[in-house]
Structures are given as C-alpha cells and as structure tokens.
Design a protein around this ligand. Structure first.
Ligand SMILES: [Zn+2]
Length: 468
C-alpha cells in the first residue's frame, strides 16, 4: 500500500469547546501516516517514524500547524465572479450583479470553467469540503460534481429551486425543478464523497407548491441534505411575512413545508425569535453563519450568545459572493468581530471548531472529516504561522497553540495555507495565472444582461428583496 507521511504540529478537537475547556488536542512534533486517502496512524514523530518503510518519504512541515481541512457550510460557486461588487442595498446587488452572473450558467462551458476555478479557490484557502449552491440550471451542479469527483472532494451541492420573483431566464418550472433535483440526486448522491442538497433558494423565490414538493422530497429521502437561506435581512423577513401570511415566522414557512430537519443547513439565521431558536435546535438543523456577507450587505449581526444558549447547531459559511472572501480564516475573524460587537467573546478554539469538527458533526460526517483521528479521511490543511513578516513577528512570541490560532485567524489569508490535502493528495493549486481566471468572463454579455434585469427591476412588496 502506497503511503505518505506528514510531519508537523497536529491540532484538532475531541469535542465542542463550548462544553469543555480541554477539547483542543495538540501533538507538538507529530506525524500523520496516510494511506489510500485515509489517516492510518497519528502520533509523536519520535515514536511513529520507526514505522515508516525505507522508501516512505516524510513531507516535513515542522513549524507549521496541521489541522483538519476547513469546511465551508454555505457558499455559491456561480457568484465568485461578482465577489466584491458594491451595490446600493440587497436588491440592487442581486439584480445588477448576481442574476446576470448566474444567467451565464445556462452555458455548460461557463459552468465547467467556473467549477474548476471555484474548487481551486477552495483548495487555495485550505477548504476541503463545502455546501454549495449552484444556479437554477442543472448543468451548473452537474459541472461542479464532475469536477469535485475528479478531485476526490467531499462536497454537498444542489441546484436552486426558484419559480417566482426572479428574472424569466432564471425561473424554474415549479414541478420540473423538483424533478430535476431528484434526477441530480439519483445520479450524484453517495457517488464517491458527494452528496445532494435540496436547495430552495429561499422562501420568497419559491411558490408554496414548490416548497411543498421540496418538502415531500426531503421527507421521502432523509439521506439528502436541505440548504437554503433564512432570516437574512429585516426587509426580506417582512417580505416573506407578506408572501406567507399564515406562517408564524420565516422559519415556520420552511417548517410547515417539511424542510426543517437534521441535515438541513440554513444560512444567516439572524432575525429569529426565541421560539424560532428553540424549534431550530429541536429540529437539529444547522445555522451556517456568514458574517462577512452580513457585514458587506449590512444584513445584521448573528446573535451567537442566544443561539448557543438555545442549543442551535452552528457552523460557518463564506457566502461568496455576498461574502467578502472564500477564506474560512476571514470568516472566523468576522465571526469573532460580530460577536464582540454584541458583547460576546468567542475563543479561537470555538471558531476553529466550528470551521472543522463542528461542521463535520453538523453535517453527519463525524469521524470521517474534521478530525485527524486514525481512520478519518485525510483532508488536512497546513498553516504556516510565519507566512508573512508580520505573522512571523507576532507568532514568534505566541505562548500557546490557542494564541497561534488566534493570530493566524486575524492576520492570515490564503498566504498562510502552505498546502491542502484532499483525501491525502496535495491539492493547493500552483502557478495560477491571473489572466487565465478571466477567460470565461464575457463582460459585454454580463453588462447586457445587467441592463435587461435592471430594466425589469420592480421592488418587492414591503420594499425588500433579498440577496441570496
Ligand atoms: Zn447565500
């Protein structure tokens, strides 16, 4: 059996830091033995090195931290092309940037190019798994799964269901959109490390009938994931109240449709009340908190304290392109800042836990990823605390692993990611040319679509739309 070995400081979690102080597990000079995509042994370098065969080479990352690969629980691969696009509020952002970008995904060649670029970005940032929204087009998800399968990545994805309140180019046939989801799930769910997510874009983009059909599918196929957006901005909440006057709350719209259960992942979850939080926790759904997106779009601030007190399952998402970065380090940093602004102190351990083992647990991947335990899939990120002069200066004085993690989170970006291993294979892209990234972007076509959408722009009842 071909094996490889990684040497460095091993850092992972054996539990949730909010429940216990002693869950951070560290081996200062550690070794991971990897075979057939899995960690076959872990331990002290001094003890394990003798188990290496004469032709087994050790990749030496002494001075670096080896962590489980990051898990991004909410992102949109078709929106990378509109990241960092300023807009005058949510509706403007959606119509001016997002819809035109997503309309281009009718072309399979655009889907394939974007899928490759997106997965390269994940690896560049140390993210080894993600829950990803495609566009309304089945081919967007087809392209993403095909590319992820070739790379051996563990990925959840789904095509958006959206049969109202969107441009005709992006509108589903109500029933056909759900049938397409079934076909995609049949073809991809459980293939390799891939999983399908039933993906109503958000309540306001779906008719009651489409939500109901999606809920029936979710009940019939409990192994599938559900992903959507929930209570992102106040205007959106108000609009959903008008569209679904019988629902007690925004959350109740999904609950009534049968879309609130374990393996359901809801982005944002900002504007919830106490009854919502209790119900959310009881249903064992997961909140994908996306703080850079919430800050960028001015949507609001997730209440970590109340969510934790209610027992809600929490994970983190980048929400690219409303989010400002595909980096989970940037996402953790923003989560820290948002919590701090609300008077809650989140430790580095808590944030890294949510980005690794906590997300794995939330997605039902316990012991498969999010850990460096023997037997786990070898998804590993190597972080270099001396990647930049400022980091090197700061971390030289770090007195603990926790303070190293904190400094990496605050000062780090993709430069600190020395390598990313997906199922034991190095996957950080090398020598990417900035010019190649722009090959698929037809700016004239995008401008034309943007002009058409803006021409049709109508403000939703209640003055709001959404971003999703
Ligand atoms: Zn989103």
């Amino acid at each position: 059996m071909a094996r490889s070995a990684l040497r460095g400081r091993l850092v992972d979690f054996v539990g949730d830091p909010s429940h216990s102080d002693s869950v951070l597990r560290v081996i200062d000079d550690g070794l991971l033995l990897i075979g057939e995509g899995r960690i076959v042994a872990r331990g002290e370098y001094g003890k394990l090195a003798s188990a290496l065969g004469p032709d087994e080479e050790v990749a030496d990352y002494t001075g670096c931290l080896l962590l489980p690969g990051f898990i991004d629980t909410h992102t949109h691969f078709p929106q990378l092309d509109v990241i960092a696009s300023p807009a005058d509020g949510l509706l403007d952002w959606l119509t001016q940037h997002t819809y035109p970008a997503e309309a281009r995904f009718a072309d399979p060649a655009v889907c394939e190019d974007a899928a490759r670029f997106f997965l390269d970005e994940l690896s560049a940032n140390g993210t080894t798994s993600a829950c990803v929204l495609g566009t309304v087009h089945a081919q967007s998800v087809e392209a993403l799964f095909t590319e992820a399968q070739a790379r051996g990545m563990r990925l959840v994805a789904g095509k958006c269901l959206m049969d109202r309140n969107c441009p005709p180019e992006l509108r589903d046939e109500t029933d056909a959109g759900v049938y397409q989801s079934v076909e995609l799930a049949d073809r991809w769910h459980g293939k390799g490390r891939l999983a399908y997510a039933i993906t109503p874009r958000f309540a306001a983009s779906c008719t009651e009938r489409q939500l109901k059909l999606a809920g029936e599918l979710a009940r019939a196929r409990p192994e599938l994931y559900v992903q959507s957006h929930l209570a992102e901005s106040e205007a959106e909440v108000k609009w959903v109240r008008e569209l679904f006057p019988r629902a007690r709350s925004y959350l109740d719209v999904y609950d009534a449709a049968g879309l609130l259960r374990s393996r359901s992942v809801y982005a944002h979850c900002i504007w919830l009340d106490g009854a919502d939080r209790r119900r959310f926790a009881q249903a064992r759904a997961t909140a994908a908190v996306c703080p850079t997106s919430n800050l960028f779009l001015g949507s609001g601030a997730f209440d970590f304290r109340q969510a934790m007190q209610a027992g809600m399952s929490i994970a983190l998402g980048t929400d690219v392109g409303g989010g400002e970065s595909p980096s989970m380090l940037a996402t953790m940093r923003a989560a820290h800042d948002v919590a701090r602004a609300r008077g809650t102190a989140l430790s580095a351990a808590q944030l890294y836990y949510w980005a690794t083992r906590g997300a794995a647990q939330a997605l039902g991947w316990d012991d498969q990823v999010g850990t460096l335990e023997s037997g786990a899939e070898a998804d590993v990120v190597v972080l270099d605390p001396a990647a930049t002069p400022l980091l090197a200066r700061r971390t030289a004085a770090a007195e603990s692993v926790e303070s190293l993690l904190f400094a990496l989170m605050v000062l780090g970006d993709d430069r600190v990611v020395r390598e990313t291993f997906v199922a034991g294979r190095p996957s950080k892209p090398r020598q990417r040319l900035a010019s190649s990234a722009t090959s698929a972007v037809d700016s004239a076509r995008t401008r034309e679509l943007s002009r058409r959408f803006m021409g049709r722009l109508r403000t939703a009842p209640g003055g709001g739309v959404l971003k999703p």
